[in-house]
Write a protein that binds this ligand. Sequence first.
Ligand code: SF4
Ligand code: SF4
Length: 337
Amino acid sequence: MFSKENCDLCGDCLTRCQWMDVNQDQAAAWMKAMMAGEHAPAVDQCITCYACNEICPKDAQPFYLIAGLQEKFQRVAPDTVAATEARFVFDGDLKNLPRADRVMSTCVFAKTDGHLIQGQLYDMPQVGGKPFFCWILLSHMGAESIQRKHAEKFVDRLAATGAKEIVCFHDDCYAMLAGVAPKYGIPVPFKPIHLSEYLVEYLTARKDQLRLLNIKAAYQRPCASRLTPEKEHFIDKVFDLCGVTRVDRAYDRENALCCAAVKWMLGMDDPRPDQEKNVRDATDAGAEAMVCLCPMCMHSLDGPAREKNLPLIFLGDMARMALGEIALPADKQGEKQ
Ligand code: SF4
Ligand code: SF4
């Protein structure tokens, strides 16, 4: 997936990486070494945020070069990777698949984060659990080949519903279906719909019922969004429809900062200073809340956000607040009365 032919060794991917300190000459030298299959410091310093794929002006997809070497040099111990694969692999038969033109895939979050999948928004046939795990997590573990190995079965199981449209609760699933699988050459015989696109459709149809929230919020853009940046305008539209101002902060859009949860998986140093930096950036920009699209970001940033009294709001919950289904966090509600 890395395109050596496209790469002109400009070094931008590494010099603009938020997780390594490298100048243009070093970056070019590291890229050359990695293209020759050799180890370079980037292999160890990369936290797998996918930003370089978005940054590269030549669409050379440099993350996949690094990912291949992370695997070659066993960035994560093979038994840890194997245990994770075993945890998510599914070899059984699919039972009781819903039959509908539109089905939502909840990934593996119905069990762990079911409170985020509540209300009328989610009132549609759903699939989820291990058979519908999208495997993007594995490329966060220096095991992109395992992600690739299982990608086709993931697509096939969703296709087995016969749905024309699959609404993705999780950004990673959308990234797999709309970004990664087509690059692997896997046909996707249905339309993947990102949660934000679905929310725009849902809220627009109920525009007269919406209560504008009138708050300023920071957006925590997940790493997987780097793989499908074309859907970003839907996020802005959801904010607009909910009456939430997306604050202009340093770590947003192409400069988004990974929530750093992956540092735990990669056995790197303590992610806490990065998480605090992220939250501080939001509050410095005047945010009264931080809106997250990925449940993992919410878990990762929870502690530092609490310390700063910055509520974390899931994107779907922001829509539910505007629909009047659930309330704004208590202190923000008081301020708005
Ligand atoms: S992968 Fe892209 S950004 Fe990186 S050196 Fe090559 S052309 Fe430049
Ligand atoms: S994936 Fe992220 S951390 Fe890794 S090199 Fe690219 S920008 Fe840096």
